[in-house]
Design a protein around this ligand. Structure first.
Ligand SMILES: [Zn+2]
Length: 306
């Protein structure tokens, strides 16, 4: 199996970039309150309502201009649903512009970027304009290039007034995954003190403490792409799902599936163990998309194992 890689430095940069208003967030595009008496918010609102109405009426403008990007820091109790309810924006626009893996990433204190035109944003680097145009049924000449507010200096493709697929949107909400087991989270995703060496290290998943031999379930249906011993991971199962998503189950005592096997959501794939680089019986659980490690704690809730 290819050695798993991650980008701790890049992740940290993105986290900090998201926390600070970028150079695009000029004074007049920073929203203070999500109310119509906030003049900046009112400008955004006029744009998003017009855009949403065109989508509802299946109309398209003859020419789209670059969207105006606003910034707003979420207040206590606010999340993506607050933004959607107040602004007429949708999950697709907010999640792709802010490079959100799971919508739970947007909470109090996070600066979000809001576009006055609904649509989809993709990092220009590594994206193919024709592939995007075909996938989201938009003429390639209507794809715009805009500055990336999240990573200043970068550019994004913007596909005005297009939508994600139902499956893509469902993954963004995170409610496609079943709990791999019932246990208490003993270690979170992110930078932490490494239990083996006296320095900070990046933890690419969550640890769920459970008794040895507790059954581990597939978080979603898919195809087993790895089942066996893998260095620090000990006994490891990797399942491939749709859209480039993978889940990993490490430190298992026993493995109950084989590579290339199709598994159903909730199927037992092994038991909790203490194999590999582990200090006690627990499941190390990861969710990845295209080798990016995502934070499972940004999923609002896991479905109950069937
Ligand atoms: Zn772990």
């Amino acid at each position: 199996m290819k050695k798993p890689f991650f980008h701790p430095i890049l992740l940290v940069c993105i986290t900090f970039a998201a926390a600070l208003p970028g150079p695009l967030a000029a004074q007049n595009t920073r929203i203070t309150d999500l109310v119509l008496t906030d003049e900046v918010f009112l400008e955004l609102y006029r744009g998003t309502v017009a855009s949403k109405n065109r989508i509802l009426k299946h109309e398209r403008k003859s020419i789209y201009d670059n969207p105006v990007i606003y910034s707003y820091m979420l207040k206590q109790g606010e999340d993506i649903w607050t933004l959607i309810a107040r602004s007429s924006l949708n999950i697709d626009t907010i999640a792709t512009l802010n490079r959100v893996d799971f919508i739970g990433m947007l909470g109090e204190g996070v600066t979000v970027y809001l576009s006055d035109t609904l649509g989809l944003f993709f990092e220009k680097e590594g994206s193919d304009i024709q592939v995007l145009a075909d996938r989201y049924s938009v003429p390639p000449e209507e794809v715009l290039i805009v500055e990336d507010p999240v990573s200043p200096g970068g550019e994004l493709f913007f596909l005005p007034e297009t939508r994600l697929s139902f499956l893509e949107r469902t993954y963004l909400t995170g409610v496609v995954f079943y709990a791999p087991l019932i246990g208490s989270e003993s270690s979170k995703f992110g930078t932490r003190a490494d239990p083996f060496v006296n320095r900070e290290a990046f933890h690419g998943g969550i640890d769920i403490a459970a008794r040895e031999k507790t059954r581990v379930h597939a978080a979603r249906r898919g195809s087993v792409v790895f089942a066996g011993e893998s260095g620090d991971y000990g006994n490891l199962v990797v399942i491939e799902h749709e859209l480039g998503y993978h889940t990993l189950y490490a430190h298992l005592a026993s493995i109950g599936v084989e590579a290339a096997e199709a598994v159903e959501s909730g199927q037992i794939i092994g038991t909790v163990g203490n194999t590999g680089r582990s200090t006690g019986p627990h499941l190390h659980f990861e969710i990845r998309r295209f080798d990016w490690k995502l934070n499972p704690d940004n999923i609002p809730f896991f479905l109950g194992t069937p």
